[in-house]
Design a binder for this molecule. Structure first.
Ligand code: IDP
Ligand code: MG
Length: 166
């Protein structure tokens, strides 16, 4: 592996989160604009793929919601077309991404957030992001093998994530 990857010389123990750009985001051709927001913030893409989520994988991912009234619609929605699944990495990226996504329902999400700027419904809310370190770990493992994830240090990293950030 290229030494610019810094994987041997500079181990990075940054947080990781699973992000899914849902079928409405892909059909509305928002992939570039949504990823751009995270890159602008300083988060890095550690793994990425375009895929259709098989129903059984969707059911595993959304198992915590099984039994809720919106669950059948949620499974239909997330399996209704291609999605972009990615891992974002950077310190506090779980919290940062959730804040950037906005509240669940587009009509409640604050302007400036992804759902606030692009969403207007309860279900079609463009994006999924892990909500805690444990769910991030579980969800990343559902979609990625460890070898598909790359750990690297963007050269401006210490300017985005200072060492002693107290
Ligand atoms: P989150 O995506 O903001 O974490 P959750 O409550 O975990 O929200 O719900 C998972 C997904 O299920 C939401 O993103 C949304 O697509 C869908 N969903 C949640 N609540 C409702 C609802 O009341 N009606 C329709 N869809 C819902
Ligand atoms: Mg959730």
């Amino acid at each position: 592996m290229n030494t610019r990857m810094n994987t041997q010389t500079e181990p990075i123990s940054m947080e990781r989160t699973l992000i899914i750009l849902k079928p409405d985001a892909i059909q509305r051709r928002l992939i570039g604009r949504l990823i751009q927001r995270f890159e602008d913030k300083g988060l890095a893409v550690g793994g990425i793929k375009l895929m259709c989520i098989p129903r059984e994988l969707a059911e595993r991912h959304y198992a915590p919601h099984k039994g809720k009234p919106f669950y059948p619609g949620l499974i239909n929605y997330i399996t209704s077309g291609p999605v972009v699944v990615m891992v974002l990495q950077g310190e506090r990226c779980i919290e940062i991404a959730r804040t950037m996504m906005g509240k669940t329902f587009g009509y409640e999400a604050a302007p400036g957030t992804i759902r606030g700027d692009f969403g207007a419904s309860r279900s079609f809310n463009l994006i999924h992001g892990s909500d805690a370190p444990e769910s991030a770990k579980t969800e990343i493992a559902l979609y990625f093998q460890e070898k598909e994830l790359l750990d690297y240090a963007p050269p401006d990293r210490s300017w985005v994530f200072p060492a002693n950030d107290v």
